[in-house]
Design a protein. Structure first.
Length: 175
């Protein structure tokens, strides 16, 4: 039995993440999806709460023949103990999945195997691009699994992003 751990902010969970999980499902029996920066929400870069991201991910992952657990992981000021923090919040796992250089480094130093995945259609399958389209009233639905679009509708997420990016204007560059 192999259990994997896939970490990301998933703001929102999109078709690029879904392709990665499709690949991971061929390699492991169970998958923990770590919802990073779990305490952040209602900002331009992190509009959705951990609970909202749990809904997006749980409803999308029914597509796969895979036991999955969505686990919120809050950020810490101390990178050196972040892997222990992750392990304290997650079911045990054998292999971690990430393309983030800091995450790869931290798992590597802790002696945990990390696998990277190819980037799928990165010109459009990128959280930053999807949030930009939402903020500007553009087309974004085809870039996320249908259950994610349904959750974003249910929570009036586009309106939130538009309001938050108005508030942020002048403070931080649109991301
Ligand atoms: N299109 C994609 N194909 C494959 N992997 C992806 C893709 N987009 C993101 N990932 C990977 O998924 C993990 C989680 O990504 P993350 O939640 O930061 O999404 P993102 O699209 O990079 O978002 P943002 O633009 O908000 O930073 C990272 O390891 C990232 O490299
Ligand atoms: N010290 C820390 O809290 C720490 C260290 C490394 C990664 N992380 C988090 O892990 C997640 C990595 O996800 P991304 O690959 O989507 O950036 C982010 O939420 C990031 O904040 C946190």
């Amino acid at each position: 039995m192999t259990r994997g751990f896939y970490i990301g902010r998933f703001q929102p969970y999109h078709n690029g993440h879904h392709r990665v999980v499709e690949q991971i499902a061929t390699e492991v029996d169970e998958l923990v999806v770590g919802i990073g920066s779990a305490g952040d929400s209602h900002s331009t870069r992190n509009p959705f709460t951990a609970g909202e991201r749990i809904m997006m991910i749980t409803k999308s992952l029914v597509d796969f023949d895979l036991v999955t657990y969505a686990v919120p992981i809050e950020d810490l000021d101390r990178n050196a103990v972040w892997v222990s923090h992750v392990q304290s919040m997650s079911p045990n796992f054998d292999v971690a999945y990430s393309n983030n250089p800091l995450v790869i480094r931290l798992f590597d130093e802790a002696g945990i195997e990390v696998r990277q995945s190819p980037m799928f259609e990165r010109d459009v399958l990128e959280g930053t691009e999807i949030r930009r389209r939402m903020a500007e009233g553009g087309d974004w639905r085809e870039l996320v699994p249908k259950p994610v679009a349904d959750v974003i509708d249910e929570i009036d997420g586009v309106d939130r992003i538009q309001k938050v990016s108005d508030t942020d204007a002048g403070d931080t560059p649109a991301e």
